[in-house]
Design a protein around this ligand. Structure first.
Ligand SMILES: Cc1ncc(COP(=O)(O)O)c(C=O)c1O
Length: 398
């Protein structure tokens, strides 16, 4: 069937985080919300029908992921990434962020260190620190408008020093974000391989958040971290979910793939005490999405590509002081606003009060985020037109 992504839907008064918390978050209710990673498109019809069918069976008790749900994950990994996984490797959680927290808990002791590549998705920070661990930043580098990993710096993170004195390395894990939120890079196989080799050589585990890996722009192909080699497979906790791809975040179902039995047992122990089971409608939706969602997804990706080209073209022609960092994946666009010469709080106030758009401020993603804003472009084109017009008018007043 043909889906109409141009249609503007009213999501207000549905307890929708994106639209119903605008006043609470941005301090006024006339702001266009373009912050949280949630799309203003209804999901695929086969998913809606599967959830409806399940709702009609009026028992909503404790539910496990049955064989067909697990098989849908196994088959999807094979079909999308030519990656063979064993059904036993799959553990379900209500979300990826809590899974990362469980992974950190299972791999560390308080006082240990976890590497992040900042600026990065900010809920990673408490997933590390609330487990009593320290964040070590392997900062990304912006080179000619494109972000890169700094592998020399990554190596040095495993050789900590205080002054002239070498001290023991306490790095137990690194969280890889691929595609990377917010900078939009799809780390390619070569980059991921080089990075993984450094981390594994030092005995740490890679927690690979690949939640956005099916949201790629034209010409990009994703390689799951654990699919690269047997060694990588054995040192990885890999987080997948249909929630970003099919806009199902409210249904709470993610699949965490852990090939190494000892790592999986550790994770399961942490999970059992920290997390509820995944939601029964979430599991129903996950299976329907993975088995029957591709027709919708293909059309979505075409629409997002159009939105991205429109965004890049608009800013280049009409608001050249704001540079769009072209994303390779995700529907999140990282805007370089440094030419506006505003500190983080002034830029925040400018976007909220003057432009009346609700963005995620760059500085909340950690060091390297100052002077940037993250904008969600997964909405009907008409909403982008209105938002960009507001930003242009606000910049023209400067
Ligand atoms: C990189 C990344 N990981 C995880 C999440 C959220 O995962 P969940 O809602 O399953 O906890 C998001 C949501 O935006 C994200 O961008």
């Amino acid at each position: 069937m043909k889906y109409d992504f141009d249609q503007v839907c009213d999501r207000k008064n549905t307890n929708c985080s994106k639209w119903d918390s605008v006043a609470a978050i941005f301090g006024r209710d006339d702001v266009i919300p373009m912050w949280v990673a949630d799309m203003d498109f209804p999901t695929a019809k086969p998913i809606v029908e599967a959830v409806r069918r399940r709702a009609e069976h009026e028992f909503y008790g404790y539910t496990d992921a049955g064989e067909t749900v697990i098989a849908s994950v196994v088959e999807r990994m094979k079909r999308k990434f030519n990656w063979d996984i064993d059904p036993e490797w799959v553990v379900f959680t209500p979300g990826v962020v809590p899974a990362i927290s469980c992974a950190v808990k299972s791999l560390t002791h308080p006082g240990d260190e976890v590497i992040l590549q900042q600026p990065v998705y900010y809920p990673f920070f408490p997933a590390v620190t609330l487990n009593g661990c320290h964040i070590v930043n392997n900062a990304l580098k912006l080179v000619n408008g494109r972000y890169e990993m700094d592998l020399g710096d990554l190596e040095r993170r495993f050789h900590p020093r205080v002054g002239m004195r070498a001290i023991p390395n306490r790095v137990k894990a690194m969280v890889l974000c691929n595609p990377h939120n917010p900078v939009g890079r799809l780390w390619n196989k070569e980059e991921v391989t080089q990075m993984g080799e450094v981390v594994l050589r030092h005995g740490a585990v890679v927690i690979s958040d690949e939640i956005h890996c099916e949201l790629l722009f034209k010409g990009y192909k994703h390689t799951p971290f654990a699919s690269i080699s047997e060694e990588f497979e054995q040192s990885c906790i890999l987080c997948m979910a249909p929630s970003k791809t099919f806009n199902l975040a409210g249904l709470s179902a993610s699949s965490i793939i852990i090939p190494n039995k000892a790592l999986r047992d550790g994770f399961e122990n942490a999970r059992a005490s920290m997390l509820p089971r995944p939601n029964l409608f979430g599991l129903t939706a996950l299976e329907a999405a993975y088995r029957e969602g591709d027709e919708w997804l293909e059309q979505l990706l075409g629409y997002l590509q159009g939105n991205l080209e429109y965004t890049i073209d608009y800013f280049e022609r009409r608001v050249p002081k704001i540079k769009v960092i072209r994303p390779e994946g995700t529907y999140l666009v990282w805007l370089d606003c440094r030419q506006l010469n505003m500190d983080g709080m002034t830029l925040r106030a400018f976007m909220r009060e003057k432009a009346r758009v609700g963005l995620d401020d760059g500085f909340i993603f950690g060091p390297g985020g100052e002077g940037f804003e993250r904008m969600n472009i997964a909405c009907p084109r008409a909403i982008l037109e209105e938002a960009f017009g507001r930003i242009e008018a606000a910049v023209n007043t400067l």
